[in-house]
Design a protein around this ligand. Sequence first.
Ligand SMILES: Cc1cc2nc3c(=O)[nH]c(=O)nc-3n(C[C@H](O)[C@H](O)[C@H](O)COP(=O)(O)OP(=O)(O)OC[C@H]3O[C@@H](n4cnc5c(N)ncnc54)[C@H](O)[C@@H]3O)c2cc1C
Length: 487
Amino acid sequence: MTSTQEQYDLVILGSGSTAFAAAIHAQELGKTAVMTEVRTLGGTCVNRGCLPSKNLIEAARLVYDAAHPRYPGLTPVHMPFSWAELVAQKDEIIEEYRDQHYESLLDDPDHMQVVTGQARLVSDHEVEVQSADGACRLIGSQLLIATGSQPRIPHLPGLVDVPYLTSDLLSSADDPWGTELREQPRSLLILGGGYIALELGQMFARFGTEVTLVTRGKSILSGYEPEIAEALTEILQEEGLRIVTGAQVRGVRKEGVGIALALQRHGSQHMFTAEQLLVSTGRRPNTQEIGLERAGVEVDQAGAVRVDRTLRTNISHIWAAGDVIGRETESQMATPVGAHDGKIAAHNALSGEPLREVDHSVIPRTIFTDPQVAVVGLTDEEAVAAGIACDCNTIPLSVVPRARAIRDTRGVIKMVLDGPTRRVVGISMLGVNAGEVIHEAAMALRFGATTDDFIDLIHVYPTMAEALKLVAISFTRDVSRLSCCAS
Ligand SMILES: Cc1cc2nc3c(=O)[nH]c(=O)nc-3n(C[C@H](O)[C@H](O)[C@H](O)COP(=O)(O)OP(=O)(O)OC[C@H]3O[C@@H](n4cnc5c(N)ncnc54)[C@H](O)[C@@H]3O)c2cc1C
């Protein structure tokens, strides 16, 4: 790259799903947009997040289910597998998906481009992109910050001196910064109790790695309904994961060919060792070293770019969306949120039409453990904190006909209501296909549904979605004493 200078309607820092949604919308509006990328085109989701994790998680489920059939009459079989081949097919899937959904969209260079290199704001209209080939300057009438997030690494004594993995273990061979895991560890210590720790922990355990998950929280999944965390803990423990909660890590060191972790729990000292360590203690927005101070863009206490509901930063022609805004405007770090908001940011920056505001009140989310955890709206605790006089009920999935029919009754469903109006304000489910079921709940919340709306809707029989109808009925009737079809 030579030292060049280019002018665009929209200059975007990043090339992830948020950036692409914005660039595509700019193109639709007949404007010019340029993205920038220091790592791999397409960002976290396709290259080292959603796609590779869900690919390998499903393979692990096949291996596990073969060895643990739920039906009498099916004989357990040990399914041999090759880690190297699994990793290679994962890389193929990533590449194919990246070609189809990212690279192939770059066929209109008059409107949409990507410049490779490390982007940094040098003023409130200029971005410098530095690569091994040189530097160039991109001038934007409008700018969008969509630099995403990266693993948050805690300050722990000894951690800087030991090798450790992050979720980047999922990245592919062609990622210049990646650390793809080429060999399956025999044993793995995981620091963290959030969704990435749990998804990867169960996956490794199902492939036969001995997994110990260590979290400082009272339970896994802090911020989720306690009934869900408790039920999932039991399920994971039954599968053989060791889960250590309430742990204060005192230090990490090399031990032979592996890692030793010293921790304090309920006043006593413990030591755990494993071949590898995976640090999965949350994610932080990529706001460092991108020159925000040069443009005067403010960040919040968590280091996320501060935005209003139109995704405008404190500088009127600079916008931000995706993981980089963290919890601003009650956002969440998830691909569909960034993609949805990237389009809104581009509309607000470029269309000249009235500004659109984001609405983050209904964001369905799924954790791809088996069974899945899926949530939307408020938890019981959040509803109380919001001053809602709430009413809550939790039922086991053993009352759902489909769960019984397929011999998988693991899990629970909890519904949170605004007591006086019976309006449903939150649903959390742990169960088979919860990630599909949650969409009915999300639509219901979007349109202000009450328990009667769930009860009056005829549900397909037998489906896991009947769990929603049953939990709604459970506020007034004993659901263990219903006939077929929850009537
Ligand atoms: C293991 C894992 C599993 C996940 N699973 C799911 C899931 O199942 N479902 C879901 O919805 N979400 C999931 N996520 C979250 C999801 O990946 C992110 O929310 C999403 O990718 C954020 O998109 P983004 O465009 O905002 O940021 P990113 O996708 O992170 O894109 C930002 C891009 O900007 C680049 N960049 C950063 N700084 C600079 C710079 N200075 N110059 C140039 N380029 C720069 C980065 O390299 C990156 O490519 C998962 C994440 C992880 C890590």
